[in-house]
Every structure is written in C-alpha cells, then in structure tokens.
Design a protein around this ligand. Structure first.
Ligand code: ADP
Ligand code: MG
Ligand code: MG
Length: 303
C-alpha cells in the first residue's frame, strides 16, 4: 500500500510566471480509483505533470508526499525510508518509487522494439529504486564507480543483455502482463517507430503501467479519441491494474464516458487550479447531465 498526497499545492509556469495551481489537495491510495474531472484549462494536466516533476512548472507552495507501507516492494522498508517528499526527487526517482505517469509517445527510436524498450524501462526503474534504498554510503560509492566504468544501464544505452531482468525473464513477465490485459503478443514485437495508432498508444500506456507495477498511476485523458471497442479494452486494462496489482489510479478525464467502464471510488472537480468539489461516482453522472457550470455557481455561492 502507498498513499500519494498533494497538500495545498501551488504551481506556476516557469517561463511565463503564470500561476496555474492554486492549492490542490488530493489523496490517492493504492487500490483506489479517483477521477479528476474539470473543464478545459482548469489545471488537470498541470497537476499530473507537477506530480511527475515536469521541469516546465515550479511548485511555489505546498507538498507532494508519498508514503509507503513497510513491505511495498515485497521487502522490509526501513522506517526512515517510508515517507518521501517527491518535490525533492527527480522524475525518474519518483517513478522508481512507484508513481507512474504514462508517456504515450515514447521517443521514436530507430530499430528499438516495444519489448526492448519496456525491458529497459523496467531495469532502469529497478536500478534507480535500489539506489534510493541503499543506506550504505560505500555501496553508493561502489555504484558510482561502476557507473563511471560504464556499467550503468539507462534506457536505450548499453548492451541489450544488461540489467536486473534479462531477456528470458522479461519474456515471462511480458507474457503474463499481456494475458492480464488481454493483449496480442505481437504488439510488443513491433518497433517504436512503426506508427502506432492513437488507440494503440493508449494501450501502450496501460501496458507500461502493467510492467512497471506502480503503486499509483496517473492517466491523463487516456480515453480521448478512442472508439468504443478500444475504450473498453483500455478500461478493462485499467481495472486489471487496480484489481490484480492493487495500483491506485488517478484518472484524469474531461468526459464521464470512461467512468461507465472504470468505476471511480471518488470523483473530484477541478476549477481554476483547485479541487472545487469531491464526491462519489454519482457526481460524475451529475456532471454529464448538467456540465460544469453548476459547480462553479455552487462554489461561488458558497464563497
Ligand atoms: P487541463 O488539463 O485541465 O485542460 P492544463 O493543466 O493543461 O489544463 O492547463 C491549465 C492552464 O494553464 C491553461 O490555461 C493552460 O493554457 C495553462 N498552461 C499549462 N501549461 C502551460 C505552459 N507550459 N505554458 C503556458 N501556459 C500553460
Ligand atoms: Mg486548497
Ligand atoms: Mg489536460
């Protein structure tokens, strides 16, 4: 179990000095599905990017805290390493601790198959996590020396047989995950630059999350532009992440439609960079009927 907490989060665009988030409070736990809804431009994607550590945004106030239970990664985590201030960490370190933000458009690199890309992403995550939990300075130094000597495995670099999970082990993991998601195995054999369709990119995002097994996954508009069949496939995948891996989901969506298939435990409405209203699944239905204006009216009436 892990808990991701956004506490009074304020953020602005670095380049433009424009304030976008105005005190976001949100708590997502493993195994929960939260829908983050709101009109265009309300700050949903910015929230996701700030959680991931996107360099275009500066957090000016507030906190993002990730709390891990003692056995989150299948082994004992020392007390002093169970609570992390994500704002102190690089994006890859946040990912290594189990916070996933999908990247729908992995760099199109000549000659790299999906399967190799995914294996390297998994190995990079496992390496990074090991480093974060190293308590012994000597170990850290040894690691640095290894890195200096050129043994580090970052994605897209180094010989293909390096890393914690080798090709054969990864094949096994991949098969299991593709079965879990009901995906065709030939998918992973394709090249990154082979022109995935919009729907396939979304399925890719779910596959990445299945392989990296995050504690919390932030999925930004994964439903946009999907036809009904593909929407159902993607939704089944998201439900499997939650049901089979215990992943907590922060599902960002403008539309209620996907919530018919991925039923949220909690629904939040963002307006002007703040969570203006929260409720259960029925709130999403009300939004579908009445749009976002009534939320604005209610919030301003109360103020
Ligand atoms: P949503 O995802 O809810 O549609 P966003 O978080 O993408 O909203 O954007 C919120 C507001 O912040 C918008 O007005 C958008 O134009 C502005 N914004 C977001 N990112 C940037 C940026 N990098 N530079 C300038 N303005 C930005
Ligand atoms: Mg607030
Ligand atoms: Mg957006």
């Amino acid at each position: 179990m892990a808990t991701l907490e956004l506490k009074n989060l304020h953020a602005e665009v670095v380049e433009a000095d424009e304030k976008i988030l105005n005190g976001v409070d949100l708590e997502v736990k493993s195994g929960e599905i939260h829908a983050l809804m709101g009109p265009n431009g309300s700050g949903k994607s910015t929230t996701a990017k700030v959680v991931a550590g996107h360099p275009a945004y500066e957090v000016t106030e507030g906190e993002i805290v990730l709390t891990l239970e003692d056995d989150e990664f299948g082994e004992e985590i020392p007390e002093e390493k169970r609570s992390w201030d994500l704002l102190d960490l690089e994006p890859n370190e946040r990912a290594a601790l189990g916070v996933f933000l999908g990247f729908q458009y992995p760099a199109e690199i000549e000659g790299v198959t999906m399967v190799n890309f995914l294996r390297q992403a998994l190995n990079a995550k496992l390496d990074e996590r090991e480093e974060l939990f190293e308590d012994d300075e000597e170990e850290a130094e040894a690691e640095d020396e290894e890195e200096d000597a050129g043994y580090d495995t970052s994605p897209m670099e180094g010989p293909a047989d390096e890393g914690e999970v080798d090709v054969a082990q990864f094949q096994q993991i991949l098969s299991e995950k593709m079965e879990l998601l009901d995906m065709d195995e030939t998918f992973a054999q394709r090249y990154l630059n082979a022109g995935f369709s919009g729907g396939e990119k979304k399925q890719n995002e779910v596959l990445q999350a299945a392989i990296l097994e995050p504690s919390i996954a932030v999925l930004d508009e994964i439903d946009s532009g999907l036809d009904i069949d593909r929407l159902q496939d993607v939704s089944n995948g998201i439900n499997a992440l939650r049901d089979e891996q215990g992943t907590g989901i922060l599902q960002i969506t403008h539309y209620q439609r996907i919530l018919d298939y991925v039923e949220p435990d909690h629904v939040h409405v963002m307006l002007d960079g703040e969570i203006a209203m929260s409720g259960g699944a029925e709130l999403a239905e009300k939004l579908e009927d009445k749009g976002y204006d009534w939320v604005r009216e209610e919030v301003y009436e109360a103020a």
